[in-house]
Design a protein around this ligand. Structure first.
Ligand code: BGP
Length: 470
């Protein structure tokens, strides 16, 4: 049984849905430099994104939410959404990140979007930075490796809090912030010089974003009394490959590496007890001040939000076996689980495990802000019979309900995604997550018309029954 007021909705990201990449004063963002299918090919040599001209940039048009937002929000309302998780493009507000005054046309666009949401009683849940930032800050400061970004982010966040006070109560600071130690350009806008060890860069950026996040939490509470500011993590439980004690150790290490370390910074406001050894073994020395540590302590997040797609298997070094892909990287294949066409292991029970583990460790409310399955689909008779998507979400909602029955405080559930949008990791439209099909292909061809899939009517029943009718 889900509690009264449980939030049901869907999630998107500005750079994956809006398009209009230079319209109404918007500046170039790092996401606008990412090409299509080769997008992750250059992930570890991002200089290539700035030096080459590619034939197509999916984020520049995305699915044109910028001009379709009234129609799209009406469709979300028709599915009975009570919340909509979306992100604001920093470059619509501060095109280079350093303007004295914000871009009024950009502020107005999101005013219109929030007003449209409230027309239907939909609560916006706003990600301040979702895998994009002004490209100008990469070019001038090399992104988040420079602590100047902390102040610029605070200025951006305060501008949003002051403008949207009364329209937005729920905020998330950085999308999948634990990805930044791996996706250094993608999440931090920083280019690691060729041949240098990326890890010190990754952990300095994570520190800088933890300080920035804490400052945003403190300012939000000051400007918008009653506001709730969450951190956002890509979360996957890590299972030991066997009961061999060294497999258990390997799983604990991978958990800490993937999410545990970052969660402590944002949800406890401090470095984990094992950090000293962690940094010594990785030969990392951070630039950290006492004042920053104090800010982190005072600016811990109010809740923990997660994307949940899969679980992972970890084993001691000598174990080999079939591998599988995943969000932010895969691992050993789990023989008990099916995978999506992109190799992501489907594990509904892992969601109950994740929610229990997080709540037990941090005793803060948890918000599932992404869960979904990407599938190759073809429109037939103006719809898609996506029974597999209904089965996927039904199974995950059932497990989430078990976590609620266990006593975990879960704030809400947002599917990824209300409609087909640009894939973050592959730049494809072909990896379709939506309950609404969009007629657009990987190269941006199509009518961009919206079509309801079978799951659209199903989700309407879920929201209308507060999750009791699945
Ligand atoms: C998460 C991102 C989302 C979304 C999702 C699906 O990592 O927070 O932005 O993209 O993954 O992944 P993909 O689009 O790569 O299939």
């Amino acid at each position: 049984m889900f509690p009264k007021g449980f939030l049901w909705g869907g999630a998107t990201a500005a750079n994956q849905i809006e398009g209009a990449y230079l319209e109404d004063g918007k500046g170039l963002s790092t996401a606008d430099t990412l090409p299509g299918k080769v997008r992750f090919k250059y992930l570890f040599e991002p200089q290539a994104y700035l030096e080459n001209e590619f034939d197509y940039y999916p984020s520049r048009k995305a699915v044109d939410f910028y001009h379709h937002y009234k129609e799209d929000i009406a469709l979300m309302a028709e599915m009975g959404y009570s919340c909509y998780r979306m992100s604001i493009a920093w470059t619509r507000i501060f095109p280079t990140g350093e303007e004295e005054t914000p871009n009024e046309a950009g502020l107005k666009f999101y005013d219109d979007v929030f007003d449209e949401c409230h027309r239907y009683g939909i609560e916006p849940v706003v990600t301040i930075s979702h895998f994009e930032m002004p490209l100008a800050l990469t070019k001038k400061y090399n992104g988040w490796i420079d602590k100047k970004l902390i102040g610029l982010f605070e200025k951006y966040a305060v501008t949003l809090f002051e403008r949207y006070k009364g329209k937005v109560k729920y905020w998330l600071t950085f999308n999948e912030v634990n990805s930044v130690t791996a996706l250094i350009y993608h999440s931090g806008g920083t280019i690691v010089p060729k041949g240098e060890n990326p890890l010190p860069y990754g952990y300095q950026i994570l520190h800088n974003q933890a300080v920035a996040s804490a400052r945003a939490v403190l300012r939000a509470h000051e400007i918008i009394p009653g506001s709730m500011v969450g951190c956002m993590m890509s979360y996957a439980p890590v299972y030991a490959h066997s009961c061999h004690p060294d497999d258990v150790t390997a799983a604990r290490e991978q958990y800490r590496d993937r999410e545990g370390f970052a969660l402590d910074l944002f949800a406890k406001g401090k470095y984990p007890f094992y950090a000293k050894r962690w940094f010594a073994e990785k030969n990392i020395r951070l630039d950290v001040t006492e004042e920053e540590l104090e800010t982190m302590r005072r600016g811990q997040c109010d809740f923990i939000s997660i994307s949940y797609y899969m679980s992972l298997v970890s084993a001691r070094k000598e174990v080999t076996g079939e591998m599988t892909a995943g969000n932010m990287g895969g691992g050993l294949k789990n023989p008990y689980l099916e995978t999506s066409e992109w190799g992501w292991q489907i594990d509904p029970a892992g969601l109950r495990t994740s929610l229990n583990d997080i709540y037990e460790r941090y005793e803060k409310p948890v918000f599932v802000v992404e869960n979904g399955i990407g599938v190759k689909e073809i429109l037939k008779d103006d719809t898609v019979e996506d029974d597999y998507r209904i089965a996927y979400h039904k199974a995950h909602i059932e497990q989430m309900e078990q976590a609620v029955e266990d006593g975990v405080e879960v704030l809400g559930y947002c599917v990824w995604s209300p409609m087909d949008i640009v894939s973050n990791s592959t730049g494809e439209m072909a990896k379709r997550y939506g309950f609404i099909y969009i007629d657009a292909d990987d190269e941006g061809n199509g009518t961009y018309r919206r079509f309801k899939k079978k799951s659209f009517a199903w989700f309407k029943k879920v929201t209308a029954s507060n999750g009791s009718e699945l």
